[in-house]
Design a protein around this ligand. Structure first.
Ligand code: MN
Length: 201
């Protein structure tokens, strides 16, 4: 079973003005599709064809670099589309909000820490909110690595992630990664982040 490009449940222009339609369209149809095509080519004829993308990531040390780069790319972007949405933003609620208070010192401190992880990740990569040993933590990874992978420094289950590759923001924000990171809070789908949080516990 080959991996396929997941549909995004909202229109490419639905996240404007925070993320522009052209960026969304190229990011989804070109970048994400390329990760999937390259992943499928890299695992063709191997046992990995029978596995979920999560299971591939969790044992990524067993695979060659093209699987790590493109499998990570597929997992990361699938999560990314799902944790954003039109008319979202605002504040988290329920158990997730409680955990942000208890584990991360509150929403403002969490935002500061997450933005710092996202803006200081050198070159291309991702910043993450993860569940690690039943607690929330913030971390970042280079390239298309993610916290599920058995080779990364800080491991856990991702519940929120921001893509800080230049292709995610350059058309609209050029070199202003911090402005993109600030705008990201306006499009977060906290219901989906909460769902992922409770599933990860
Ligand atoms: Mn990307």
């Amino acid at each position: 079973m080959a991996f396929e490009l997941p549909k995004i449940t909202y229109a490419y222009n639905a996240l404007e003005p925070h993320i522009d339609a052209r960026t969304m369209e190229i990011h989804h149809t070109k970048h994400h599709q390329a990760y999937i095509t390259n992943l499928n080519n890299a695992i063709a004829g191997t046992d990995a064809e029978q596995l979920s993308i999560e299971d591939i990531c969790k044992n990524i040390s067993k695979y060659p670099m093209p699987v790590r780069n493109n499998g990570g790319g597929h997992y990361n972007h699938t999560l990314f589309w799902s944790i954003m949405g039109p008319g979202k933003g605002g504040n988290p609620s329920g158990k997730l909000a409680e955990a942000i208070n208890n584990d991360l010192g509150g929403l403002d401190k969490f935002k500061e820490e997450f933005n710092k992880a996202a803006t200081t990740r050198f070159g291309s990569g991702w910043a993450w909110l993860i569940v690690k040993e039943a607690k929330l933590a913030v971390c970042s990874t280079p390239n298309q690595d993610n916290p599920l992978m058995d080779i990364v420094e800080v491991k856990g289950t991702p519940v929120l992630g921001i893509d800080v590759w230049e292709h995610a923001y350059y058309l609209h924000y050029q070199n202003r990664r911090p402005d993109y990171c600030t705008a990201f809070w306006n499009v977060i789908n906290w219901d989906e982040v909460s769902r992922r949080y409770e599933a990860a516990l």
